[in-house]
Ligand binder design. Structure first.
Ligand code: NZQ
Ligand code: ZN
Length: 389
């Protein structure tokens, strides 16, 4: 097991109706709140009215910035930074999914950073401080409600890049599974693919032995696969959503990463798909992850075998190790298809014309590798994209 420090400070308020407490919780951070949200789903569902009522009741002053798009854009982040400065914002409240939360985190870090906020996403600069961010989660998926990450798209060049820092942990997050009842099928499926990928990125590690977290990740994966069809078939199944929502948070709050070094190549490659083609992150992962597995399983066939048998329930009898692993990958693809996702690039509207460009961007012109389990260069990334065709 690797050495680790685990300190996730995000306070979680989980359960029915908990958004009513947002005013009281937020008031601990000051008077001026920036309410940040997306394209209108929270107005349609009535959540917006409940949130504003709670904030007003607590005597807070609310400034709004809406319009966050999936694959959140740098231009809106810059506008948010300007607003925070002008309005002397004390707390940014993100109400929505990963895109809204990531945009809020970028604004929060950009507020104190003296240079251009994009520097934080290219590695040119670093931040030491951020405004507090709080969240009300409306889609179990990205795990940003309790993570150190923020992923932003720069429209200038279509670069989607992550920034990771402990200052980005939200101060509190409200998780009410009922808020997921209004999600369309496609977003449910993308969210499930994303949280599954967060677990798999952590699972495929060179750190050994890591028995406890192996078992915890396997359990979380099995739980998600059990409840995904439940919430897809019955959108108002509270207990099913409670399982999925909490799994999505635990998958990415770093507790399951303790003592391990995660891979993250599939995420880095997927960011090129979302950055260039503006597809949903979870839909991109459903295509890239199986291809990454096929390309890399030989690096540690025993770990893949363990996953195939314990998680994908593949019978090992009468099969070679390799056949077992390949059956596990096939079963994983079948699961993704069963929730309505494509597992090949053409299924997400991507042909072979820009594969080389994506491989080049992911590896910064072959000057860096992606992934930790296996370090992949530009040719490897290109081959994985070809496997995904
Ligand atoms: O904008 P609105 O109108 O709110 O609609 C959203 C959006 O169109 C809709 N939606 C959300 N909750 C809803 C709802 N519609 C109906 N009812 C509800 N309850 O869903 C659409 C997608 O929202 P989005 O926030 O983009 O989804 P998600 O949570 O999957 O976030 C994806 C983003 O998170 C990043 C991804 O790269 C992607 O940009 N990630 C962030 C991470 C992090 N910060 O730690 C880690 C992840 O790996 C991921 O990369
Ligand atoms: Zn993800």
């Amino acid at each position: 097991m690797e050495n680790f420090t685990f300190n996730n400070p995000t306070k979680i308020l989980f359960g029915k109706g908990r958004e009513a407490e947002v005013g009281r919780e937020a008031s601990a951070y000051g008077k001026n709140i920036l309410l940040h949200y997306g394209g209108g789903s929270i107005k349609k569902s009535g959540l917006y009215d409940r949130v504003v009522a709670s904030l007003k009741e607590a005597g807070l002053a609310v400034v709004e910035l809406s319009g966050v798009k999936p694959n959140p854009r740098l231009s809106l982040v810059r506008e948010g930074i300007r607003i925070c400065e002008e309005q002397k914002i004390d707390l940014i409240l993100a109400v929505g999914g990963g895109s809204v939360i990531d945009s809020a985190k970028a604004i929060a870090a950009g507020h104190y950073y003296e240079g251009d906020v994009w520097d934080l996403y290219t590695g040119k600069g670093n931040a030491e401080k951020a405004l507090p961010v709080a969240t009300i989660l409306t889609i179990p998926a990205a795990g940003s409600e309790s993570s150190t990450g923020s992923v932003i798209t720069n429209e200038d060049g279509d670069y989607k890049r992550p920034f990771d820092h402990e200052i980005l942990y939200p101060v509190f997050s409200i998780l009410n599974p009922e808020l997921a009842f209004t999600l369309p099928d496609f977003q449910v499926a993308c969210g499930i693919a994303d949280m599954t990928a967060h677990l798999l990125e952590r699972y495929f590690t060179n750190a050994k032995p890591v028995g406890l977290t192996d078992r915890l990740i396997e359990g979380a994966l099995k739980n998600i696969m059990e409840y995904a069809p439940v919430v897809l078939a019955d959108r108002e199944n509270y207990d099913g959503w409670a399982e999925i929502m909490w799994s999505g948070t635990v998958a990415h709050n770093n507790s399951l990463n303790t003592g391990r070094i995660g891979d993250w190549a599939s995420h880095d490659i997927e960011h090129e798909l979302s950055g260039i083609y503006d597809i949903a992150h979870g839909a991109g992962l459903a295509v890239i992850f199986p291809a990454w597995m096929k390309y890399n399983y030989k690096h540690d066939i025993n770990l893949f075998l363990q996953w195939a048998v314990r998680v994908m329930n593949v019978e090992q009898k009468f099969r070679s190790d390799e056949e077992t692993v390949l059956s596990g990958i096939e079963a994983f693809e079948d699961f993704l298809k069963s929730i309505g996702l494509a597992v090949r690039l053409d299924g997400v509207g991507i042909d072979d014309t820009r594969l080389e460009e994506m491989a080049d961007k992911a590896t910064n012109g072959d000057k860096r590798t992606v992934g930790n389990f296996v370090k992949l260069n530009k040719a490897d990334v290109f081959n994985i994209l070809k496997l995904a065709l």
